[in-house]
Design a protein around this ligand. Structure first.
Ligand code: HEM
Length: 272
């Protein structure tokens, strides 16, 4: 009789991590495509007023040259940093082309710092605020990006690669906080809309998802790093399974974001 193949705990963890990475990459790149098409398209086409075809907090304001520049540069930097981050996580690329990892790493960390600073500017100086709860959340998210991007950079310069990996993974998740927020709101909407519950910017659901968009990924990462260090089988299976479930949620939320948020914004006249 041929033996039934079994999944080792290490393999289960690897499979879960790979599934998470593939799902996150698909969802993040859909966000990148939307940013390029919408912000890149209107900017290159010289149609800045068209940026207001979809709702923003402040958006394009005629006459406010510096504020508009910050707004557009911030969104475009968001696209670049999201795309750049993906490549840093691919082990084969780090091993075979370490110089690409180093240069792309400088780009990722540099734009993360600039993006977080311009986000803080938009929130606190330009005054693009949705409500107290979500302001506190995005501000903490932005400050933590500054902390962990700096620590990831410093530990790389010191060649302390164990610390570098941990800080860089935290920076990656924090930079993607705004993408997780969109996925989270879509998932909340899929559950709550059929129940007739509306999501508004000051309400508990939006503020809760805002905090969850960066606290939850950081918490899952800390668990993952612990499980990696542990030799026990059960936590490896459990973490592998959890990452698999999260991958499915990410795919669902991303598909909903494409269908209900990003595609409608790209079709003039049908934006929500
Ligand atoms: C580094 C990661 C970040 C990325 C990838 C990112 C990405 C984006 C994108 C794509 C937009 C345009 C959204 C739209 O209207 O379609 C945006 C808007 C905005 N971001 Fe960020 N962001 C990041 C960090 C931050 C941080 C840390 C803050 C605040 C502390 C922030 C504050 C804002 C504000 C206030 C707007 C709205 C501007 C408006 O609608 O007038 N962002 N961001």
């Amino acid at each position: 009789m041929t033996p039934i193949p079994t999944l080792s705990p290490t393999r289960a963890l690897q499979l879960g991590a790979s599934a998470w990475f593939v799902a996150a990459t698909l969802g993040q790149w859909a966000f990148v495509l939307f940013i390029l098409a919408f912000f890149g398209g209107h900017t290159l086409g010289g149609d800045l007023a068209g940026l207001n075809d979809k709702p923003h907090v402040t958006g394009y304001v005629p006459g406010d040259t510096f504020g508009n520049l910050q707004f557009i540069a911030h969104a475009l930097m968001g696209g670049i940093v999201t795309f750049s981050g993906t490549w840093q996580l691919i082990p084969a690329l780090r091993r075979r082309w370490p110089h690409i990892h180093r240069w792309n790493g400088r780009l990722f960390l540099g734009i993360s710092l600039l993006g977080a600073l311009s986000g803080l500017y938009l929130t606190w100086i330009r005054g693009s605020r949705l409500g107290t709860g979500s302001n506190v959340s995005i501000t903490l998210n932005g400050l933590l990006i500054l902390v962990f991007a700096t620590m990831a950079w410093r530990s790389a310069l010191k060649r302390d690669f164990v610390r570098h990996r941990r800080h860089a993974l935290r920076a990656f998740l924090l930079v993607n906080g705004v993408w997780f927020l969109r996925i989270g709101i879509m998932l909340a909407g899929l559950v709550l809309a059929p129940l007739g519950v509306e999501i508004n910017y000051q309400g508990v659901v939006f503020v809760g998802v805002s905090f969850a968009s960066w606290v939850l990924p950081l918490a899952v990462l800390e668990l993952y790093l612990r499980v990696e260090r542990s030799q026990r089988a059960a936590p490896r299976y459990a973490m592998g399974g959890t990452l698999g479930v999260l991958a499915l949620l990410i795919l669902t939320g991303s598909a909903a974001a494409v269908a209900f948020m990003w595609l409608p914004a790209l079709s003039p006249g049908s934006a929500p």
